[in-house]
Design a protein around this ligand. Structure first.
Ligand SMILES: *Cc1c(COP(=O)(O)O)cnc(C)c1O
Length: 356
């Protein structure tokens, strides 16, 4: 029996043997006292890689984004977010529920950007009129997951930063996969981070660490975020065990993301040959392949295709209405990609199970 080809998400990556060894051997202390040397090392490394003054280890990307929004926004302030952003769709409304922050969602354009005229419009409220929530932060996401894993163009980041500055609000970048974006664009991650006041990225996705995200920014914002992290229950004691994996992730797992992008391209090329599937975007820009089922060309539905592939050992996710997402990562080889293409070809040439 072959192993399962896990394409639902790069969050399924497992820590490497070197990470496990580093965790076991890490120098530890109480990080709530600021005395875990391994956490401090990871925070300094992260800040340096992103060209920021400081960084703070967070248990998850969700908490990093939440801490950032609460750092930049008072209760009753307004966070301008993308309607298709992870923050708005997948993070349980944390800033509203826990922080009293009002979300103003702006439709995310097909290229992953938030149209800046709409951002300006959301900002242009009369500060002397008591009926309006006052804007405090703009959050943008790169790569934009629900728009196909598209990296936002650096020129757009610069324009968004200029708009935020002109409007007197902060810019937060949800860069969960910022190293994938940087790779796709051929620029250092720090060049992307430079435009934002705070940046979040995940250690626990393509970088293959088991736990953790980093929030980076200026020293003052990160000090505030550190206090908020404690308030949210994210102050961790001997977190060096996690941080040791994160250090390996940054030192050893960034360059190999190129393999994931090559595998995504290989997968997309294979799927493009199959009748009944429509890729979008084509070619993929990062480690995500998105496609939909062409109902004119096959009797399969999104659900029947996912189920039948699952039964044959290839797992994919429905993400957004009638869109299928397949994500490559360190646990997926070129051979796995070829097997996924073969399995989908088999599935498409057989009838869907009754009722799906
Ligand atoms: C995964 C992800 C997050 C949240 O990270 P968790 O560690 O899963 O909480 C935030 N933003 C984006 C764009 C993501 O892909």
């Amino acid at each position: 029996m072959n192993h399962v080809v896990e394409l639902r998400s790069d969050t399924f990556t497992l820590p490497t043997p070197r990470m496990l060894r580093a965790a076991a051997e890490a120098r530890l202390g109480d990080d709530v006292y600021g005395e875990d040397p391994t956490v401090t090392e990871l925070e300094e490394l992260s800040a340096k890689l992103l060209g920021k003054e400081a960084a703070c280890l967070m248990p998850s990307g969700t908490m990093a984004n939440l801490a950032a929004l609460l750092t930049h926004s008072p209760r009753g302030g307004k966070a301008i977010v993308g309607a298709e952003s992870d923050i708005y769709v997948y993070e349980a409304g944390g800033a509203a529920v826990l922080g009293g922050v009002v979300y103003e969602p702006i439709p995310t354009a097909a290229d992953g950007t938030l149209p800046l005229d709409a951002v300006v419009e959301a900002c242009e409220v009369d500060a002397d009129d008591p009926q309006f929530a006052l804007p405090s932060v703009l959050s943008i996401e790169t790569p934009q997951n629900r728009r196909g894993g598209i990296p936002l163009p650096p020129a757009y980041l610069a324009e968004a930063a200029a708009v935020a500055r002109a409007q007197g609000i902060a810019l937060h970048l949800d860069g969960a996969r910022i190293f994938n974006a940087a790779l796709a664009l051929g620029v250092p991650a720090a060049d992307l981070a430079a435009h934002a006041d705070t940046v979040q990225f995940c250690l626990s996705k393509g970088l293959s660490a088991p736990i953790g995200s980093m929030l980076a920014g200026d020293a003052r914002s990160i000090a505030t975020a550190r206090r908020i992290r404690k308030m949210l229950g994210g102050g961790m004691r001997q977190a060096g065990m996690i941080a040791a994996c994160g250090i390996i992730a940054l030192n050893e797992m960034v360059d190999r993301l190129a393999d994931d992008h090559a595998h995504a391209a290989r997968l997309a090329a294979g799927l493009a040959e199959l009748p009944g599937l429509r890729l979008d975007p084509e070619p993929p820009r990062t480690n995500m392949v998105f496609f939909s089922v062409d109902r004119d060309a096959t009797a399969h539905t999104t659900a029947s295709l996912i189920d039948a592939a699952h039964a044959r050992g290839v797992r994919m996710a429905e993400l957004g209405r009638d869109r299928i997402r397949a994500v490559t990562h360190s646990g997926v080889t070129a051979g796995d990609v070829d097997r996924a293409v073969t399995v989908l070809a088999e599935v498409l040439s057989s009838a869907p199970a009754a009722g799906r």
